[in-house]
Design a protein around this ligand. Structure first.
Ligand SMILES: NC(=O)c1ccc[n+]([C@@H]2O[C@H](COP(=O)([O-])OP(=O)(O)OC[C@H]3O[C@@H](n4cnc5c(N)ncnc54)[C@H](O)[C@@H]3O)[C@@H](O)[C@H]2O)c1
Length: 324
C-alpha cells in the first residue's frame, strides 16, 4: 500500500479507517471521496473528517457515479470501497432508487475505472451480513446460499456479484468483506447502539422493534478496519474472494439492554413496537475463512467495545438528541 483511495471517507467506517491508516501507516498517501449524502446530518460527517482534514488528506466532495474516477485513481494501488447507502428499513418503497444509485451503480463505475487502472493491486469492498437474510445455518459460512430479505441486502449482494464478475472477467483484484453489524465510536445515528445509548443517557425510553429476542453478531469498528487492511495486504487471495467479518459473539438485543444498564448505571425503559419488514431474527457468522486467508480475527469484545462507544458518545449526546 503506497497510495490508497477510501470511498465514503466521511462516513462511520471510512473515516475510522482513514484515521487508523494515518496513525499507523504514516508512509501511505490517503485520498478520499464522499458525496456527503443527506442520510444523516452533514455536521456529523464534517466532525468525522476533522483529523483527516487537519492532516491535509485530500477529500473529493463528489459522487462516484459522476466523478472522473480515472483521474482520481492515478497512482492509487489500493481501494477501500466503503461508500454506500446503508439502512435496511429505509430501503423499501420509493427510496429504493437511492440504494440502486449508491450501492450498485457507484460500485459498477468504480470497477470500470479500476479495470482501466493497471496499478490497482486490491479493491476491498464493504459488503454486509444482510446478504444472507435468514441464513441456512449459524454460524453462517460464506458458501451458504445468500437470500437477502431486504432491498438493501439485494443491492449489497448485487455489488458483491459485480466485484466477482470484474475479477473473473477482467482480473480486477477484488475482495468482499461481509461485515456483521459494526459498532463503536462514530456509529451512525440510525443504528441501534447509538439510539440505545443516546436515549439511555438522555433518560428517554428506548424504542425496540420486535421482541428483543433477535440475535446479532456485533463487530467493533477497529476490528473491521484491521480486516480491511488485512484484505488489502494479504498475499495469495484470489480475486472475487468473499469473507465474513464478524465479532463472533451472538447476543440478543435484550442482553444488550442488560449490558448497557450495568455500563451506564441506570435502568432503561423500553417502548416495544412491531418488528419491521427486512429485519432478520438472527445474524451470526463464522470468520474462520478470514482467519485462514487473511490472518484476521476480532480483538475487541462486545463489553469493551460498548464501553468505548459510551465513552465517545457521552460528551456528544446533546447533538444526537434530535436524531435518536
Ligand atoms: N455500519 C455497519 O454496521 C455496516 C454493516 C455492513 C456493511 N456496511 C457497509 O459499510 C459501508 C460503510 O457504512 P457506514 O456505516 O460507515 O455508512 P455511512 O453512511 O456512515 O458511510 C457511507 C459514506 O458513503 C458516502 N457515499 C454514499 N454514496 C456515495 C457515492 N455515490 N459517492 C461517494 N460517496 C458516497 C456517504 O456520504 C457516507 O458518508 C457501507 O457500504 C455499508 O453498506 C456497514
Amino acid at each position: 500500500m503506497k497510495r490508497v483511495l477510501i470511498t465514503g471517507i466521511a462516513g462511520f467506517i471510512g473515516s475510522t479507517l482513514g484515521e487508523y491508516l494515518l496513525a499507523r501507516y504514516p508512509s501511505v498517501d490517503i485520498v478520499g471521496i464522499d458525496s456527503f449524502t443527506d442520510y444523516y446530518p452533514l455536521s456529523i460527517k464534517t466532525d468525522n473528517l476533522a483529523v483527516l482534514r487537519e492532516a491535509g488528506v485530500e477529500v473529493h466532495d463528489e459522487d462516484l457515479v459522476t466523478a472522473n474516477l480515472e483521474g482520481l485513481l492515478e497512482g492509487v494501488d489500493t481501494i477501500f470501497h466503503q461508500a454506500g447507502q446503508p439502512g435496511v428499513r429505509a430501503s423499501w418503497g420509493a427510496t429504493f432508487d437511492t440504494y440502486l444509485h449508491h450501492n450498485i451503480l457507484a460500485t459498477q463505475r468504480l470497477l470500470e475505472a479500476a479495470q482501466a487502472s493497471p496499478a490497482i493491486e486490491r479493491i476491498v469492498y464493504a459488503s454486509s451480513s444482510s446478504v444472507y437474510g435468514e441464513a441456512e445455518r449459524y454460524p453462517t459460512l460464506e458458501t451458504d446460499r445468500p437470500r437477502p430479505v431486504s432491498p438493501y441486502g439485494v443491492t449489497k449482494l448485487s455489488a458483491e456479484h459485480l466485484m466477482g464478475l470484474y475479477a473473473s472477467n477482467f482480473g480486477v483484484p477484488t475482495v468482499s468483506l461481509r461485515y456483521f453489524t459494526v459498532f463503536g465510536p462514530r456509529q451512525r445515528p440510525d443504528m441501534a447502539f447509538t439510539r440505545f445509548i443516546s436515549r439511555a443517557l438522555l433518560g428517554r425510553p428506548i424504542q425496540l422493534f420486535g421482541t428483543g429476542e433477535q440475535i446479532r453478531d456485533f463487530t467493533f469498528v477497529d476490528d473491521v478496519v484491521r480486516a480491511n487492511i488485512a484484505a488489502a495486504t494479504a498475499t495469495g487471495v484470489a480475486g472475487g474472494s468473499v469473507f465474513n467479518i464478524s465479532g463472533g459473539a451472538s447476543v440478543s438485543v435484550n442482553d444488550i439492554f442488560t449490558a448497557l444498564e450495568s455500563l451506564i448505571g441506570t435502568t432503561i425503559a423500553i417502548d416495544r413496537s412491531a418488528r419491521v419488514a427486512g429485519d432478520v431474527d438472527r445474524t451470526g457468522g463464522s470468520s474462520a475463512a478470514a482467519m485462514d486467508s487473511l490472518g484476521w480475527s476480532p480483538q475487541v469484545s462486545l463489553s469493551e467495545g460498548l464501553a468505548r462507544q459510551i465513552q465517545w458518545l457521552e460528551p456528544r449526546v446533546g447533538s444526537y438528541a434530535d436524531l435518536v
